[in-house]
Design a protein around this ligand. Structure first.
Ligand code: GLU
Length: 286
C-alpha cells in the first residue's frame, strides 16, 4: 500500500489540504504501508520554493511524516516527453495552436458538458490541420491535445474502483480533446499526475472529490500507456462559512495562520481525521 499527497507549491496550504494529506497518511499508516510526497512544481510561473518549504513545515507540524525524498515533477520532464512521443507516434495527440480567444470565438454558444477544468469542450479546430500546415506552424506556441475519439475507441470501456462505492464507469469522452502538454508547461496535470502516480507505485489515490471528473481522463491515459489503475478515494471538501470550498486565497484557514494562532498541530490532525472541523468549517461533497 502506498499513498501520496501532491501539493502544488503555488500558495499556502489550508485546512482542505491538511484533511486530504491526513487521510492519505492515515490510510497508509493503518495498512502498514508507505506515504510519499510529490511536488507538482511544473507551473513555472506560479511555483515558489518558499511555498514548498512552508508546506513541508505545515505537514510536519500536523505530525505527518513521509517516506523518502519528495518527488518533484520538475525532475520528471523526460518521462512526460517520452509518453507524449509514444502517443504521438500512435497518432493519438496533435498540436493545437488555438488561443483562448480563438476557442471562445469558435464556440458560438456554450456547448455540452464542461470539461474537467470547468471550461467548454475544445471544438477540435486543430485536429483537422494537415501535416503540411502543422509543419509550417511548428514554431508557433502550441499545446498538445489528445484525440479523444480515437483514444477512447482504442481503450474501450473503462472503470475504476472507488473505495467504499464500488466500480465506477469512466467517461473520458465528455472531456473532449484534453490538453496533455501545455503551451507554458511541459505536461498538463492529467498527464504528469497519471504518469507520476504509476512511476511512484501509488496503489491508492486519496484526493478531493473536485477531482473525480479528472479520473475519467486519468483512467484513459492509464489504458493508453499500459499503466496500472490504483484504487481511488475522492473525499468530501472542507468548506468555509459560506459553504464554498476553501481556496488558497482563504487566508484565515491557512495552516500557517492556525499555527501562528497557537493551534496544536497533532490535536487538529486528530480532529480532522475524526471529521471534526474547527468552528465555521464543514465537509461537503461537491
Ligand atoms: N497538485 C494537485 C492539486 O493540488 C494534485 C491533485 C491530485 O491529488 O491528483 O490539486
Amino acid at each position: 500500500m502506498l499513498t501520496r499527497f501532491a501539493p502544488s507549491p503555488t500558495g499556502e496550504l489550508h485546512l482542505g489540504h491538511a484533511y486530504s494529506a491526513l487521510l492519505a497518511f492515515d490510510a497508509a499508516r493503518r495498512a502498514g504501508g508507505r506515504f510519499v510526497l510529490r511536488i507538482d512544481d511544473i507551473d513555472g510561473s506560479r511555483s515558489r520554493e518558499e511555498y514548498l518549504a512552508a508546506s513541508l513545515a505545515d505537514l510536519a507540524w500536523l505530525g505527518i511524516g513521509w517516506d523518502g525524498e519528495p518527488v518533484r515533477q520538475s525532475g520528471r520532464l523526460a518521462s512526460y516527453q517520452a509518453a507524449l512521443d509514444d502517443l504521438g507516434a500512435r497518432g493519438l495527440v496533435y498540436p493545437c495552436f488555438c488561443t483562448r480567444a480563438d476557442i471562445a470565438a469558435s464556440l458560438a454558444a456554450p456547448h455540452g458538458p464542461p470539461n474537467s477544468s470547468g471550461g467548454a469542450i475544445y471544438p477540435g479546430t486543430c485536429r483537422h490541420l494537415g501535416e503540411t500546415e502543422r509543419a509550417r506552424r511548428a514554431k508557433e506556441p502550441h499545446c498538445w491535445r489528445l484525440d479523444m475519439q480515437h483514444a477512447s475507441a482504442i481503450a474501450g470501456d473503462l472503470h475504476w474502483e472507488e473505495q467504499g462505492q464500488g466500480t465506477q464507469i469512466a467517461n473520458p469522452r465528455v472531456h473532449g480533446d484534453v490538453v496533455l502538454a501545455r503551451k507554458d508547461a511541459p505536461a498538463s496535470y492529467h498527464l504528469a499526475s497519471t504518469l507520476d502516480d504509476a512511476a511512484m507505485g501509488v496503489t491508492q489515490i486519496v484526493r478531493g472529490a473536485d477531482l473525480i471528473a479528472s479520473t475519467d481522463v486519468h483512467r484513459l491515459i492509464q489504458a493508453l500507456l499500459g499503466l496500472p489503475t490504483p484504487l481511488y478515494r475522492h473525499h468530501a471538501l472542507v468548506c468555509g462559512a459560506d459553504g464554498k470550498r476553501l481556496a488558497k486565497r482563504d487566508a484565515a484557514a491557512s495552516l500557517a495562520m492556525l499555527r501562528d494562532a497557537g493551534t496544536d498541530g497533532p490535536v487538529l490532525a486528530a480532529d480532522l481525521l475524526g471529521d471534526r472541523l474547527p468552528t465555521g468549517y464543514s465537509l461537503r461533497m461537491p
